[in-house]
Design a protein around this ligand. Sequence first.
Ligand SMILES: [Zn+2]
Length: 243
Amino acid sequence: MRATLLALYNLQTIDSGVLEIEKGGQQIPKRIAEAEAGLDGLRSELGKLNAEADDMRRQIHDIDALNSEESSKHKKWKSRLNELKSPREYQALSRELEMGERQVRENDEKGTTILGQIEELQKRIDAKNEDLRAAEVGASAKVRELREAQAKLNSDAEKARSGRAEALKAVPERVLKKYEQLRAHKGGIAVAVVSDGTCRACNVRLRPQHAVVLLRCESLEQCSSCQRLLVPDVLIKGEDKPA
Ligand SMILES: [Zn+2]
């Protein structure tokens, strides 16, 4: 039974190692997604700024089109102005012409203001583009690092599992069945070490008589509280005295 208990402890050590590795690996896809989500935020900000700039350019385009239409109309009016005989008609048209020209000047001023705004906006877009490029470099380095960590974990898990096949041979089938059942229901931990008469998985003290029986290493004992298979620490350390 001593050999079986040691084999059980060995098996649990391997399985716990694999469990830890898998837990570590589970975090990695989430962290990769986080690194990439940061970029999405910057890209959407940049998209908004670009849309704003496009809208302003459209306004400039509209103003230019309107003004060139108005200006060619004014040109025609000017040539007609000298043909008018009645002073009343002359005054009316020249007043309208004046108003039209003022409107064109105002539009031009508005266009100049928008051009200035576009220039400012473009500076912000350029800066944001640089932020994005820097973030992309950072994120791709981070993702590469995480992928490497993932690969290392996979190979560690593979190594740990390969030792398992050997460890299994030392555990009798009946005991192994119990081990797997407990492992499935006890968060992957089926074997508990007992030190100073206490189960170290659930921290409940064994009855003194039970502790004595356990130390004999002649039977497979379970914790009366957590049901896990018990292995005395002195056996693991090689400090027990065989009867
Ligand atoms: Zn226990």
